[in-house]
Design a protein around this ligand. Structure first.
Ligand SMILES: [Zn+2]
Length: 264
């Protein structure tokens, strides 16, 4: 008997959205051994495929009946739409290729983003039953993947910026994310001043990517009250989440997933 592994975090406000399934998985549960110890859901970090498959089986209990699609994340800003028939008919996970954002209007498809410090962003338009999943490290954040998602929704689906509900999941926060001052300077020169999200000290500074993405989404027209911060700092909580920085680089990945079920 495998033990089901529920998501570590959810946005409770999303429980009232009809047909929506979502979750931010964490590290607890699962069968992987160190350094991937826990519920590692990535096949690409050197962990045993058998263990990752067993972890997915445990996680799937919380996700049925979504058919899952992932992407090969490349720290870019491209968003790929997953259309009907692009998912797999068996229970394996489809791959949409190189991308850092997935979008779908197809009920029954679940979109996956994998992280271990980078920011997972889930976006849903409840009336239209459209879902997006984004991966935003500092490069994708600087490139404006969150803003591109708002633009993509308007262009491809006719969704206005203020129609989105957005959940920003566990990621490394300013407490633990020191970066070169040049990165903060580039983000502020492109997206405007970021008080509280970027604090420079000398050649370095503390960067809060969740807050930067929140500001970018607000400046792109999303309603501030529709943007939820879910979970905590990955590096402060290494027993709860995988953290690339806290682990020294060798660790697993947590999955964040979103989709709408087919109407019954
Ligand atoms: Zn921290």
């Amino acid at each position: 008997m495998r033990a089901p592994a529920p998501p570590a975090e959810r946005a409770p406000e999303w429980d009232s959205i009809p047909g929506l399934v979502h979750g931010f998985f964490g590290r607890r549960g699962g069968t992987s051994a160190p350094p991937w110890q826990g519920l590692n859901l990535s096949f690409k970090v050197g962990d045993s495929p058998q263990r990752v498959s067993a972890n997915w089986e445990a996680a799937r209990d919380a996700l049925a009946p979504l058919r899952l699609t992932r992407m090969d994340q490349v720290h870019g800003v491209d968003i790929v739409e997953v259309g009907p028939g692009q998912e797999r008919s068996d229970d394996r996970i489809a791959c949409a290729g190189d991308a850092d954002g997935l979008a779908t209007r197809v009920p029954g498809i679940g979109l996956i983003v994998m992280t271990a410090d980078c920011v997972p962003i889930l976006m849903v338009a409840p009336e239209r039953r459209v879902a997006f999943a984004l991966h935003a490290g500092w490069r994708g954040t600087l490139g404006g993947i969150a803003s591109r998602a708002i633009d993509h929704g308007a262009r491809s689906f006719g969704i206005a910026a203020d129609q989105w509900e957005i959940a920003i999941g566990p990621a490394i926060e300013a407490c633990c994310y020191e970066v070169d001052a040049d990165i903060g300077r580039k983000i502020e020169s492109r997206w405007g001043k970021m008080p509280g999200a970027w604090e420079r000290h000398g050649d370095k500074g503390q960067l809060d990517l969740r807050q930067v993405n929140t500001r970018i989404l607000e400046r792109s027209g999303a309603r501030p009250q529709a943007i939820r911060q879910v979970g905590g700092c990955t590096a402060c909580n290494p027993d709860r989440y995988f953290s690339h920085r806290a682990s020294g680089g060798k660790t697993g990945r947590q999955a964040s997933i979103v989709g709408f079920v087919e109407a019954s």
